[in-house]
Ligand binder design. Structure first.
Ligand code: NAI
Length: 445
């Protein structure tokens, strides 16, 4: 759906008028080029705290990525990376201040800030862990300061035993694919499976199931995964079979008309996957519905039906797939939650419950999945321009769009890119993460 405010704000005349009236002027975000995705370019200024653990590794891992890493010359720097892992006292935190105080003004439109720290759970000293936890507040605040430039700031927390695993999150956070992921914390742990894959076509020869693939975010996920080399099995309700078949035909994928809440649906999907080969690379649980009503007026049917689509169907499918070895050794499970499951939302007690439970599913399955070489993660989208949000009343819709640091709603492709990253083999060290894709929405931030 078109955001006319954003279009006008970025037109020649609109810029002048909006500026004169003091209206917010959201920047048109740079997104991946559909023909040449995953190509990084430009210059990164790489800074480091004293005794930073990762700085040399970061410089090495970015070699050959397309970005030029500069350690001292600031000229032309489009992105800033700071290894803050060595900061273990209040006094040492000045090193973080000094780097960004000096360089933040250099950040261009749609530039990237990535702060790298130690996962506080992996730090023996309580003081060191506390200072690393402080990076959350720093990154979230900095993101609010640079959002009006369309720039983002994210934090990558690393288990020291997982150094090779940080190449994928670093590249993703520097890429145009992370345009709407802002003020988030990713944690990287030792990889649960092989990291090997081609950077430009990471999903070549991989099959991935996407539920709710006939339209909206699910269709965008199917398109991004296909672009990255995957063969997509798109699932949607029988009523959407025509669109689903047309889209999957265009993407050289497979269409499976299946209501995920129907009797035996999980077994039908599992058996369908088994006919496509001995292994399945991943499943993206995107299908979801809203049934908004104030709790006092919500019918039991509205509660129960939503819970079966957003949660019950997802759990039964996971159970059926995990009862086989289809996903073992490199498989990926991705849930689609929502910021309503984090912040809550009026009229969405049912939806908020179901989406918070999706987050719980990720947190609680992460360890057992890792033991089998599988990762499980989730995205929590904020305001995304789809038919679901087009149905929101005009004034609320405008508020939803503007109330984020980037001042705009996201596009389905923004959610799809983060999922593409989770599903890529190189992200085998990213497990149990829940990432908001919301442009740093002020809701529940
Ligand atoms: P949408 O309504 O445009 O698409 C959802 C798709 O799921 C439809 O094709 C629908 O037919 C399918 N579906 C529904 N019930 C199904 C069932 N029982 N079995 C199989 N397929 C079924 O929704 P949208 O906006 O693309 O949302 C996709 C996901 O993202 C949902 O889980 C939603 O909760 C989540 N989300 C969306 C946000 C937004 O701003 N649009 C924000 C936060 C989360």
């Amino acid at each position: 759906m078109a955001d006319f405010y954003l279009d006008i704000a970025n037109s020649g005349l609109g810029k002048k008028v909006f500026s004169a009236l003091g209206l917010p002027e959201p920047v048109a975000l740079t997104r991946e080029n559909t023909q040449t995705p995953h190509r990084l370019s430009g210059r990164v200024l790489l800074g480091c705290s004293q005794q930073g653990y990762f700085v040399d590794n970061i410089a090495d891992l970015l070699k050959g990525s397309g970005v030029e890493v500069a350690r001292d010359s600031v000229e032309g720097a489009g992105h800033l990376i700071f290894d803050a892992s060595g900061i273990s006292t209040a006094a040492e935190s000045t090193q973080l201040y000094a780097f960004f105080h000096q360089h933040i003004k250099l950040l261009p439109t749609c530039g990237r800030v990535v702060v790298v720290g130690l996962d506080p759970n992996c730090v023996a000293s309580a003081d060191h862990a506390a200072l690393q936890r402080g990076l959350y507040g720093f990154v979230k605040s900095l993101a609010k300061e640079i959002g009006r430039k369309g720039a983002t700031a994210n934090l990558l927390l690393v288990d020291p035993a997982s150094e090779g695993a940080i190449a994928a999150p670093l590249r993703f956070l520097l890429s145009a694919g992370s345009a709407f992921m802002n003020a988030q914390i990713l944690t990287a742990a030792p990889p649960v499976a092989s990291l090997r894959a081609a950077w430009l076509r990471p999903l070549l020869d991989k099959t991935v199931v996407v539920t709710g693939a006939a339209r909206g975010i699910g269709l965008a996920i199917a398109e991004v995964l296909t672009r990255d080399g995957a063969c997509v099995i798109g699932v949607d309700v029988p009523q959407a079979e025509e669109e689903l078949t047309a889209h999957m035909g265009r993407l050289n994928g497979h269409a499976l008309a299946l209501d995920i809440t129907s009797e035996g649906a999980a077994a039908v999907l599992r058996d369908y996957c088994l006919t496509k080969g001995p292994s399945l690379h991943g499943i993206v649980h995107n299908a979801g519905i809203t049934r908004d009503k104030m709790l006092s007026r919500m019918s039991e049917q509205q509660w129960a039906m939503l819970m079966q689509v957003n949660l019950g169907g997802v759990q039964r499918i996971n159970e059926a797939l995990l009862a086989t070895d289809l996903l073992d050794d490199g498989g990926k499970i991705v849930g689609v939650a929502s910021i309503s499951g984090i912040a809550g939302n009026i009229g969405q007690t049912n939806y908020g419950f179901s989406k918070a439970a999706v987050i719980g599913m990720v947190e609680n399955l992460a360890e057992s999945c890792a033991a089998r070489g599988i990762t499980i993660n989730a995205v929590a989208p904020g305001f995304i321009e789809t038919q679901m949000t087009a149905a929101i009343p005009f004034a609320t819709r405008q508020m939803g769009r503007r109330l984020s640091s980037l001042g705009q709603g996201g596009l389905p492709v923004d959610v799809a890119e983060v999922i593409g990253f989770f599903v890529s083999p190189q992200a085998a060290g990213i497990n149990g993460n829940v990432v908001r894709v919301c442009g740093q929405s002020l809701l529940g931030a």
